[in-house]
Design a protein around this ligand. Sequence first.
Ligand code: PGA
Length: 256
Amino acid sequence: MRRKIIAGNWKMYKSPAETREFGEELKQLYKTPPKDYEICIFPTYLCIDSLVESWKGLEGFHVGAQNCHWANMGAYTGEISAAMLVDVQADHVLIGHSERRQYQKETHQELQAKVMAALGFDLQVVYCCGEMLDDRQADKHFDVVTRQLDEVLGKLHPRALPNLIVAYEPVWAIGTGVTATPAQAQEMHAFIRRHLKKILGSKAERTPILYGGSVKQNNALSLFSMGDIDGALIGGASLQAGDFWAIAQAMSQALS
Ligand code: PGA
């Protein structure tokens, strides 16, 4: 069976104090750590430490960063390296989120270098891909995602696979309240899985593929019931511990 993952992307929300509060609240909600899936929260860099502290020693609870630089160190004002993330005990990193592609104009070449840097430090990479609304309307969504996979992951060695997670996040579904239907998401996830196997070999069958884009308590179960959806990358609905927990419960339900 593939690993299942429920992840929260906090974007530019929450202070260290609010982060600690969330960490404690979520611990309270879990009487015992989840056995059949993992949890990962991606707070701002400033709050990684607070969450790591709060969850110290808890199995299945992970903390990640929303980005990293491709260099290990250097004259890059305002940047943070993969080495530094490991130092503060983050174990995951998001690469290629559509907001960074859009606002920071991250290119495929940069993303590829970031993925390599993160893998070099044994981080779990959550590589985000997904088409814009125009692409889907023009029936180009498979082409766009193919390019995003080829140009960034195409040169990876298959031995990197245990550290790779893919998140399919159609841009038109992020923060809009519009979710891809379970059928639309499943269709793309199955496509991504086939394509990953083509470029990285048969072991890519085991690569978790998460869905992201307006995942909420009321749509999580129908998404998680799809054969190729291995979890979620949740934005807005990950900010409250109760909401996040409720979505995670849907994963337990889908697996039972
Ligand atoms: P959303 O964000 O759940 O608020 O749509 C998802 C994401 O950007 O990862």
